[in-house]
Design a protein around this ligand. Structure first.
Ligand SMILES: NC(=O)c1ccc[n+]([C@@H]2O[C@H](COP(=O)([O-])OP(=O)(O)OC[C@H]3O[C@@H](n4cnc5c(N)ncnc54)[C@H](OP(=O)(O)O)[C@@H]3O)[C@@H](O)[C@H]2O)c1
Length: 238
């Protein structure tokens, strides 16, 4: 039985991905900060799941990740999905630092630890949930968009690193457009909004094909191409 560990599986995309992976016969590992949501998921998946409650920004997060992998008796795929966007800080600086600490520092901690584990194991697959937002800057969510640009660029570097080692390691960069979730609840001016189960099905298809890059849903590829063609003087005025 293949084993998939989803970091940030207590709501939205991660929760739906856990359900979809379970349907496809995987043993699922799930993490997040909300123990009650992990317990709910565990009941839903009839305990064919290993859960661990931890915050990716804690200094102990690396140890927690290794512990859940050991509890699962090994893992084949790690999905780094944990992320925040509209954190309400007491100052703009506090808000910006919080987004970077979860989406960048937390991501780096999870990615680096998973990579080392897979290198030692000889094989493995790391999936990072970036965003279409990482393709451009955006005035109202500058740290979020920048954090997603970091994630995609960082994964590209690790993909190159992985080519030079003996271990068979795949690194997949998934860029969702808009997906219904707690993160996007109440957000205005969205379009092509995907239901979470549909996004999860497409994500699992991409993961099983071991693709390096994917947009979710698929039509967001068009936006990706368009954004890449736009000159900076146009993007600067958006
Ligand atoms: N929804 C969209 O339109 C969209 C588009 C592009 C990319 N994405 C990306 O998709 C990922 C999932 O987002 P979502 O839309 O499904 O939002 P969501 O429902 O808010 O889910 C976010 C997940 O991340 C976990 N998380 C947040 N901070 C964490 C922390 N410090 N430590 C550990 N886990 C943490 C949450 O768990 P706890 O709160 O229990 O810790 C939750 O499971 C994010 O990386 C997001 O940037 C979403």
């Amino acid at each position: 039985m293949k084993k998939i560990l989803i970091i940030g599986a207590t709501s939205g995309i991660g929760y739906a991905l856990a359900e979809e992976a379970h349907k496809r016969g995987y043993h699922v590992g799930a993490t997040g900060r909300r123990q009650n949501r992990l317990d709910e998921l565990s009941t839903k998946l009839q305990n064919y799941i290993t859960i661990k409650c931890f915050d990716v920004t804690d200094s102990t997060a690396k140890t927690s990740l290794i512990e859940i992998i050991e509890e699962m008796k090994g893992v084949d795929i790690v999905v780094i999905n944990a992320g925040i966007s509209n954190y309400q800080g007491s100052s703009v600086l506090e808000m910006e630092e919080k987004v970077i600490s979860v989406n960048v520092t937390g991501f780096v901690r999870m990615m680096n630890t998973s990579y080392k584990y897979f290198k030692q194991q000889g094989h493995g697959h790391i999936v990072g949930i970036s965003s279409v937002a990482g393709l451009f800057g955006w005035g109202t969510s500058a740290p979020y968009n920048a954090s997603k640009a970091f994630i995609s660029n960082y994964m590209q570097g690790y993909r190159q690193k992985a080519k030079r080692v003996k271990a068979d390691i795949t690194i997949t960069d998934i860029k969702p457009g808009f997906v219904e979730s707690e993160m996007t609840k109440g957000k205005k001016d969205m379009f092509w909004v995907a239901k979470t189960p549909k996004a999860a099905v497409q994500m699992m298809d991409v993961i099983e094909k071991r693709k390096h890059h994917a947009y979710i849903t698929k039509r967001w590829r068009i936006i990706g191409w368009m954004v890449k063609l736009l000159p900076n003087f146009v993007i600067d005025r958006l």
